[in-house]
Design a protein around this ligand. Structure first.
Ligand code: CP
Ligand code: NVA
Length: 313
């Protein structure tokens, strides 16, 4: 049973297939309007969401299926009355596919271990693979290719988005530079760092981690940043994190060090004046709403591919 748990588990071919399928669905959605007829998706949420929830639900509806929003705060699972194992074994008797947005990545792995239907990681503290697949689609659409491009990521790098970039970009032959503060709570987790180093060696791409924001973005084709206050970070840490991450804020001046035709990405939600200035996110290089739109095309592609492979369509 193939799931989407992290992009570490996915080959370059699987990633390329997801991107080309998402682009085909985007180009001709009518062609796929019955592709998931009468299929049911369960969407397990422990954390908030705008894009992920709406794009999965709208995407499933557009393909003729149905999506159930399952908020763990009103479930026996969230109330400590039922185990992950019993929840998933029950859920699999009703639905064809599951997506889950959770705090602990280990809980997602446990779900996958008990599931007889495909599971899609819709964000854990550790990784956010569906996001990065939609980001790669967006980059390919704007730049015409992935291999040989340089992506610079600035800011909080001990996070799900960074880890998924590390698992995917070097594998796809992209050069990757990370600009972040020093310290293990701000730098990528060792396993993601090791995967990026090994993949870069295999594909001949460059992978660099630096504490100098200007060096990170130099000649980049894509500049990417993410929230300094991910959903799981306690509010009390806000002031301290603003102080630590401010040198990595994406400003118009910093964008000038990238290539003149560089595009700007942020997975959203975004805070103007924090991880980037308003001038950057609302400026001509920003493609953040194309990026947000592509979440839906990518989710449709992922459901189609995984359900097809599981023999359920
Ligand atoms: N980018 C993203 O996953 O957004 P949501 O938290 O709104 O789903
Ligand atoms: N790193 C962010 C991504 C939000 C989509 C978070 O975990 O909140």
């Amino acid at each position: 049973m193939r799931h989407l748990l992290t992009l570490d588990d996915w080959s370059a071919e699987h990633i390329a297939e997801a991107i080309s399928t998402a682009r085909a669905i985007k180009a001709d959605p009518q062609e796929y309007e019955d592709a998931l007829r009468r299929k049911t998706l369960c969407m397990i949420f422990e954390k908030p969401s705008l894009r992920t929830r709406l794009s999965f639900e709208a995407g499933m509806n557009q393909m003729g299926g149905h999506a159930i929003y399952y908020d763990t705060s009103t479930s026996p699972l969230g109330n400590g009355k039922e185990t992950i194992a019993d929840t998933i074994r029950t859920m699999c008797r009703y639905v064809d596919i599951i997506m889950a947005r959770l705090f602990k990545h280990e809980d997602l792995l446990e779900m996958a271990a008990f599931s007889t239907v495909p599971i899609i990681n819709a964000l854990t503290n550790f990784s956010h693979p569906g996001q990065i697949l939609a980001d790669l689609q967006t980059i390919e659409e704007h730049k015409g290719r992935l291999a040989g491009l340089k992506l610079a990521y600035l800011g909080d790098s001990f996070n799900n988005v960074t880890h998924s970039l590390l698992f995917a970009c070097p594998k796809m032959g992209m050069h990757l530079s990370i600009g972040c503060p020093a310290g293990k709570e701000y730098e990528p987790a060792p396993e993601a760092f090791a995967a990026a180093t090994a993949d870069a060696k295999k594909t001949g791409s460059r992978f660099v981690l630096t504490h100098d924001a200007a060096e990170a973005v130099r000649d980049a084709d894509v500049v990417y940043t993410d929230s300094w206050m991910s959903y799981h970070i306690p509010k009390e840490q806000a002031a301290e994190r603003v102080r630590i991450f401010m040198p990595y804020q994406v400003t118009a001046d910093l964008m000038k060090k990238a290539k003149p035709d560089a595009i700007f990405l942020n997975c959203l939600p975004a805070m103007r004046g924090m991880e980037q200035t308003a001038e950057v996110i609302d400026g001509p290089q920003s493609v953040v709403f194309d990026e947000a739109e592509n979440r839906m095309h990518m989710h449709k592609a992922l459901m189609l591919l995984l359900l097809r492979e599981a023999g359920r369509i």
